[in-house]
Design a protein around this ligand. Structure first.
Ligand code: PSV
Ligand code: MN
Length: 424
């Protein structure tokens, strides 16, 4: 299914008057709205190929209907999202869940939908049917050099796929670790992992980056070999200038101060990528902004402040991606909600009076500091985000149009009721 541009225009026309009223009020209360709008228009959030099907838990998976059956259909799905919001202009592939077999055709299809290829992701956390050695006791950390070699070679193969598609970064997330005390020598595991990552690093093309993603727990429950930002940063620093830390919001212990982590990583020039999601308890894979929208805003405030301090381009300096795939919502509707929540938090962060905040901090005026942040957070920026969409040719209300156009029903007609997308 493809969404014709005239359908979007028609929809926007129907809602134009109401939008104009709301936008004019919102714009009248802010300075430099034009600058904010441009930043919102430029900001693109990558969609992972594994989030287009219904996710499962270890207790089961209740597949949705009309899910994409192939990489081509996944690209088509991201194309639908991008047509509706013009903010989802990239797709991130997980190998081997999605192996492109005709690069030229895959690239052409993506380009037709206005999509680029974001970071490619390796997978050494599952055994594949044709795989020689098992990752049951880890991959890059493994005590057996042959297993480590296999993991390294897999990553190099993923880079090769990425090069063909025009991607320029590799994300490595390792499930390596241990579930019982004594199972692993921590130093040995670190050294093996570092050596393996160094081999992957050596295979990176000159203009590529590698992102080292950390996670506090799961699937290992006693230690993770890349368990937190400190460990990730250690690897990244030892690897070299092309290596960065990747922050996934769901990968922290409860109540971790992610905004502080982000701030310090940016200060060190070592924040490379970002995975958005939300959680109540752990890595819950919930829709971004559905549980802790204020935290999301505070993170964006640190991001904007930290990127501006280094003169970084908000849209292009970091790899922004959603990483969530749960089991009860329509995945496309869920992604539209996530993108909307990200744009809202970003817009609110752009409203923060950073100068006034710095002055209040200098004066230890704690109350004023809070007022300044909350002034921005409590501003209804939805009309500003909608105006950015209007200017970039997207729908004023993507989710509403998705439902009005019966996108899922159309996809079910095309693909069938019982289709299961590859992924977790
Ligand atoms: C692991 O929990 C993770 O966040 C990594 O980014 C994986 O690549 C992704 O989820 C899918 O399993
Ligand atoms: Mn992730």
């Amino acid at each position: 299914m493809q969404i014709d541009k005239y359908k979007i225009d028609e929809f926007n026309q129907q809602h134009a008057q109401e939008h104009k009223r709301r936008y004019e009020f919102a714009a009248s209360t802010q300075q430099n709205v034009a600058g904010i709008l441009q930043k919102l228009v430029d900001f693109q959030i990558g969609i992972p190929s594994w989030a287009l099907g219904t996710g499962g838990t270890r207790f089961g998976r209740f597949s949705g209907s009309g899910e994409p059956r192939s990489l081509e259909e996944k690209i088509e799905d991201v194309g639908l999202l991008h047509a509706l919001n013009q903010s989802s202009g990239a797709i991130s592939l997980h190998i081997p869940w999605d192996i492109p077999n005709d690069y030229k055709a895959t690239k052409a299809l993506a380009a037709q939908h206005g999509l680029k290829f974001d970071a490619v992701n390796s997978n050494t956390f599952q055994d594949q049917p044709d795989q020689k050695l098992s990752y049951k006791f880890g991959s890059m950390q493994h005590v057996d050099k042959a297993v480590r070699r296999q993991a390294v070679e897999h990553n190099i193969e993923v880079i090769r796929h990425g090069v063909e598609l025009g991607s320029d970064s590799l994300t490595v997330w390792l499930s390596d670790g241990s579930s019982f005390p004594g199972q692993l020598n921590f130093r040995g595991a670190f050294e093996n992992t570092l050596e393996s990552l160094q081999e992957v690093y050596a295979a990176l093309p000159d203009d590529w980056k590698v992102f080292v993603e950390y996670k506090a727990f799961e699937p290992n429950f006693y230690s993770m070999t890349v368990g937190d930002w400190g460990q990730s940063l250690l690897y990244a620093n030892k690897l070299g200038p092309k290596a960065y830390t990747l922050v996934d919001l769901g990968h922290h212990l409860p109540n971790a101060n992610i905004e502080q982590i982000v701030s310090l990583l940016l200060m060190e020039g070592k924040l490379g990528g970002f995975h958005f999601n939300d959680s109540k308890y752990g890595d819950d894979d919930l829709t971004t902004g559905s549980i802790k929208p204020y935290q999301l805003f505070l993170i964006f405030n640190s991001l904007v402040d930290g990127m501006d301090a280094r003169g970084m381009n908000h849209a292009t300096s970091l790899a922004w991606m959603i990483d969530a795939s749960h089991n009860v919502k329509d995945p496309l509707e869920d992604l539209l909600q996530s993108v909307e929540a990200i744009m809202i938090a970003y817009a609110q962060a752009l409203l923060v009076d950073q100068q006034a905040l710095k002055e209040a901090q200098q004066e230890n005026d704690v109350v004023r500091c809070q007022e300044i942040l909350q002034e921005a957070y409590r501003t209804d920026v939805r009309p500003i985000v909608a105006e950015a969409r209007l200017q970039s040719g997207a729908a004023l209300r993507p989710l509403q149009l998705f439902r009005e156009l019966k996108v899922r029903e159309n996809l079910i007609n095309e693909r069938g009721l019982k289709t299961v997308a590859t992924g977790l």
